[in-house]
Design a protein around this ligand. Structure first.
Ligand code: HSE
Length: 435
């Protein structure tokens, strides 16, 4: 069978990993496909100084202009490995206009406009694959698109940001502050100089938007998802969480309820006994509950040149196979036509037990005032915890409350925030039941 040719745009971490794997595994890939996957062109701003791995061949076109790749008549599939929502969109639109299939790792663009791009791609009779956009090394798209597509997903919970999980689990392990671990992670290159996308939850939110669209077949955009980052978590929160038999993770959750689909990315208490609690360091995981098949759990590296490169190469192989077999039937990464069964609804409808942590200037009557506000909102108090503390000026203590609506908790927190003895607004974290 005729070989399939690839053009790669972006030779950063993921692009370099992809090229290295394509070169190292070329013979094995050819055996699996029955034809060769060849690199026709590569594009990056610094392409002149890039050393291509041996084994790619001598006739690879090098260019600094992505238009040369999308318009190259030899190229069958364009791999967009640049990221972002600006030029990357032009590249993808350009590739579609030239009838090239696309493989992308771009979570931000796919979360914002993936469904729309998919529709254009299908009309142009080309394919669009995006396994590398979520949880790099975990083939979760394939699982949701095909592996368990016969089931009906009722809930999904994930750890989808390795940087945040690394920071939280190091805080937990060493009892250090968020600021200290973040600074260390930045020095080691594990966290970006501007860490907002990771620690404020936005990277994870894009990934959850893509996964939830796949799992529930809805057009979900990032703005449908409640987001809260991990900056306010302290080492003491872990001490309190442990006392309660829990730990804290940045949980990406999507759950079908009677009211609709509730979507959130937020730090939450999870029981130490759940499998999600054992996900440490920069690892990612996705836990899916199906109506018929029950629980399945997927674990692996969420980033890195090689794990993400494997996802890109595997997508390239799948798309190449479809091109050569002439298969007109493509399974949408957005699952199916909109059924409208899983309408996203606000997180304020969610019912949970909550962990409320206060930092106060100590004086008599504090618990009475806080309990009064909770009682007025019909929120039942579960436990009050106070670990020994040397200072009376920054005294942390915790109240846990019985399952109640997020709306009631948000209103209570807003009222409590006005109290003069509080050093900062209360921190409210949901206590997630097992899926
Ligand atoms: N910045 C992401 C993370 C990896 O920390 O998980 C790329 O998606």
């Amino acid at each position: 069978m005729k070989d399939v040719y690839i053009g790669i745009i972006g030779l950063g971490n993921v692009g370099s990993g992809t090229l290295a794997i394509l070169a190292a595994n070329a013979d094995q890939i050819a055996l699996k496909l029955g034809f060769r996957l060849k690199v026709a062109a590569v594009c990056s701003r610094s392409v002149a100084s890039v050393t291509l791995p041996p084994g790619l061949g001598d006739d690879v076109v090098r260019t600094t202009d992505w238009r040369d790749v999308v318009s190259n008549p030899k190229v069958d599939i364009v791999a967009e490995l640049v990221g972002g929502t600006g030029t990357a969109r032009e590249m993808i639109d350009g590739a579609i206009a030239h009838g090239k299939s696309i493989v992308t790792a771009n979570k931000e663009l796919m979360a914002l406009a993936g469904a729309e791009i998919w529709d254009t791609a299908i009309k142009a009779n080309i394919n669009l694959a995006m396994e590398a956009s979520v949880a790099g090394g975990i083939p979760i798209h394939a699982v949701l698109r095909e592996g368990i597509s016969g089931d009906r997903v009722v809930a999904l919970a994930g750890i989808l940001n390795g940087t945040s999980n690394y920071i939280l689990t190091e805080m937990e392990r060493r009892g250090e502050s968020f600021d200290k671990i973040l600074a260390e992670a930045q020095a080691l290159g594990y966290a970006e100089a501007n860490p907002g996308a990771d620690v404020d939850g936005f990277d994870a939110r894009s990934k959850l938007a893509i996964l939830a669209a796949l799992a529930f077949g809805e057009r979900i955009t990032p703005s449908d998802i409640f987001v809260e980052g991990i900056r306010r978590i302290t080492a003491q929160d872990f001490d309190y969480a442990h006392q309660l038999g829990h730990t804290i993770r940045l949980v990406c959750g999507a759950r079908q309820t009677e009211q609709g689909l509730i979507l959130s990315v937020r730090p939450a208490l999870i029981p130490q006994t759940t499998i999600l609690a054992s996900v440490k360091g920069a690892y990612n995981a996705v836990w899916v509950k199906g109506q018929f098949g029950g629980d399945t759990f997927y674990y692996g590296r969420g980033a890195g040149a090689n794990p993400t490169g494997v996802a890109v190469v595997s997508d390239l192989m799948r798309v190449a196979r479809e091109i050569r077999s002439g298969s007109p039937e493509r399974v949408s990464p957005f699952a199916h036509e909109r059924l409208g069964e899983y309408k996203p609804v606000p997180v304020t409808l969610q019912h949970r037990a909550y962990y409320l942590r206060f930092l106060v200037n100590d004086r008599p009557g504090i618990i009475a005032e806080l309990a009064g506000i909770l009682a007025a909102k019909q929120i039942g108090l579960e436990a009050v915890l106070q670990l020994p503390c040397e200072t009376k000026h920054d005294l942390p203590f915790v109240i846990t409350v019985e399952p109640t609506s997020e709306l009631a908790v948000q209103e209570a927190v807003a009222e409590m925030s006005k109290l003069d003895f509080l050093r900062e607004p209360p921190l409210a974290l949901p206590m997630e039941p097992p899926l």
